[in-house]
Design a protein around this ligand. Sequence first.
Ligand code: NOJ
Ligand code: CA
Length: 557
Amino acid sequence: MSSVEHVTPAVTEDAPWWRQAVVYQVYPRAFADSNGDGIGDLRGVTSRIEHLARLGVDAVWLSPFYPSPLEDGGYDVADYRDVDPRLGTLTDFDEMVGALHAHGIKVVVDIVPNHTSAAHPWFVEALAAGRGSAARERYIFREGSGVDGSQPPTDWESHFGGSAWERVADGQWYLHNFAVGQPDLNWHSEEVRADFIETIRFWSDRGADGFRVDVAHYLTKDLGEVLPSKAELEALPWDGTHPLADRDDVHEVYATWRAVFDEYDPPRTAVAEAWVDADRLPLYASAEGLGQAFNFDLLEADFDATQFRDVVTHNLDLAARSGSSSTWVLSNHDVVRHPTRYGLAVPGRTDDGRPLVKHGATWLLSGGTEPLDREGGARRARAATLFALALPGSMYLYQGEELGLHEVVEIPDDRREDPTFFRNPGVDVGRDGCRVPLPWTPDGPSLGFGSGPAGLPQPGWMADYAVSRLEEDPTSILHLYQDAIALRRRLLRGEELTWRATGRDDVVRFARHEGWEVVTTFGREGYDLDGAEVLLSSMPVPDGVLPGEATAWVRPS
Ligand code: NOJ
Ligand code: CA
């Protein structure tokens, strides 16, 4: 591979915390259950702060904990400014924030602005108020097609499968890009806009340091009088003018949010979840907008030298264009856990050569016919983690990845919860496999998750991944995460990355600053580190040779 190509500008010591943070995603219902009802809760988070502190994370991002009928794991919000009673109270939230802050850990909350829950008072009001009412103007209602309007207005499909329209009792239809219980809001409504500003202030005033913005590329829509068909819609480019997604005018909304974020000291931060063409991500990540955006390219890449290297180069370039820092994600609550992804015999392909759909876990449907190399997957996951934690920018971790958890494929159909499963029978098992409650101890009714049973069932093998067990084993993946995060904190200075030549297509090497270099072997063959001092490695380095499928942080001699 060629040598020096990419150098990002150095950033001073007093750079804002979020530029190079390690952010840990808590999926509250599956993290820790304080009262034995089988549902993880906010007091559970507070009770496990020691784990987060030992891990050394800079911030915690909590997926939604708001009142919700749970049609989409809490991303169907019925009240944006309260805590679901099953998860606790606002007082519990305040206590959790206080305790996290006391440990130097920042708090990021999830904001879900594209849609509310159907149980939100606005939607309840809209149904009661009837067609043409102001209450319906907060959502996207249309008449149906066909002579009697009994057909949906268009043939658009929801992201979870099936029609994107649902009919209500008086015959009108409403748009839901996601579950039926998630009606899309109308962002032309000033009332909608004002209400989200109030929500941002509400959580900021309560100590939230930042926001993760759900499907940030939706919100504004321009449907016009005549709605295009699905085929017409699909033919339109996502260049800022699309009627439904990634519209330029969504950034007018974020500019108003930014003004609010900047009223606080320190300014509140935000990270956009925007599944858009990577070249449009800088719009979301700019300082006038949300400030940072997830880049999911690494998560979508196979464990492959060329892919990883290209993703890094491209991401750093995008970050430089926005003035923001890069983000790195290997797993989250929507995708198959990465040790499992990396354990596929043929990464990225099914047996008959079709590409695997990782977002939504479709390939898991084969229920084990897909050959899964658990050990190899785990080894590659360790290597990928050390690679990603050494990159300039922020790393977003998903709960359980520090335990090396695999996807749970054993969930019986009658215990599944994800709407993707129900709306795609026989096609997609959905995302429950990465949302199974965490194992804290090797025994107990729910492996230490709580004193009662776990919501989604934990398979027997999870006991081997229990926090207490991994804590006792200095070679465990948990210790690797702890050591890497601690060392990263000590080593981090600027945001430079310089590629180094390795003479090998399957080995990637880059330098950060002050002699910190990172080497990853993506193939089976080892790589001689030429006497470099090994600071940390994902596998033992016998005789100065980094084995295959491993990463080392080194200081050349
Ligand atoms: C993205 C979230 O990460 C996902 O879990 C959710 O289903 C959709 N947005 C809809 O809110
Ligand atoms: Ca509970």
